[in-house]
Design a binder for this molecule. Structure first.
Ligand code: GTB
Length: 217
């Protein structure tokens, strides 16, 4: 059955891979599933056809026959459940991988999004200079905990999983801040994720759309 995902017609990051559909592309590439992309403009996001796919008017969405999903975490989890390669077979290892998937989105990503908001949207506020260091400290705190747990391992729980896919994707958002480099094992972890062939294909596909070199772009 054909899988169709949605992506920005033109991503605000110009193809740096930070829009969340890259996470879905990466998951599909990891499990070797072909997919098509429906490109949507910012205006179309809030129109009925797209709101029927995602009531919040956002990308990414995922269509597979009658099934329509939104929320990146749910989509990646669905892909990982349906196809081998992103979740271990052992029941306990599988539960731990799912725990990391939630940890990436619920525990690590919120502080990183707060930092992005502080850096991109609040710099002109009179209180920004006081607030920014506080937000950075919260990110450092979370990264310190994650770094301590990862230690010298390649992945969060033995083999690469959907949990790593989402954790690496979440951490990538930090790169412009320089904070990731304060934790060399996390910087190497992210680099290991980016070095995966599936990630490279996903990144190249979204870049091609954003630079106008894709047949669908
Ligand atoms: N919780 C939802 C999920 O995980 O799927 C959040 C989805 C979401 O935030 N989608 C964003 C969106 O559609 C795009 S990815 N925004 C349009 C809107 O809300 O109207 C977030 C994103 C956008 C741009 C960059 N960037 O330019 O660097 C990075 C991340």
């Amino acid at each position: 059955m054909t899988i169709i995902i949605t992506a920005f017609e033109r991503s605000p990051d110009g193809g740096k891979g930070l829009a969340r559909e890259t996470r879905v592309r990466w998951a599909l590439e990891e499990v070797d599933q072909p997919y098509q992309v429906r490109l949507v403009s910012f205006r179309a996001l809030k129109e009925p056809a797209h709101l029927a796919r995602n009531p919040f008017g956002q990308i990414p969405t995922y269509e597979e026959g009658d099934l329509v999903l939104f929320e990146t975490g749910a989509i990646v989890f669905h892909i990982a459940e349906r196809h081998a390669g992103l979740l271990p077979n052992d029941a306990n290892a599988r539960a731990r991988a799912i725990t990391w998937l939630f940890a990436a989105l619920n525990t690590v990503e919120p502080v990183i999004l707060e930092l992005a908001t502080a850096r991109l949207h609040e710099r002109d506020k009179p209180w920004s200079e006081q607030r920014l260091p506080l937000v950075e400290e919260r990110v450092r705190g979370r990264l310190g905990q994650l770094s301590a747990r990862l230690g010298g391992a390649d992945w969060l729980d033995d083999a690469f999983s959907a949990g790593d896919l989402l954790m690496v994707s979440v951490l990538l958002r930090l790169r412009p801040s320089g904070l990731l480099d304060e934790f060399p094992n996390l910087a190497s972890y992210v680099a290991r994720g980016e070095a995966r062939a599936a990630y490279k294909r996903a990144f190249a596909a979204q870049l091609a759309i954003n630079t106008g070199t894709s047949p669908t772009g």
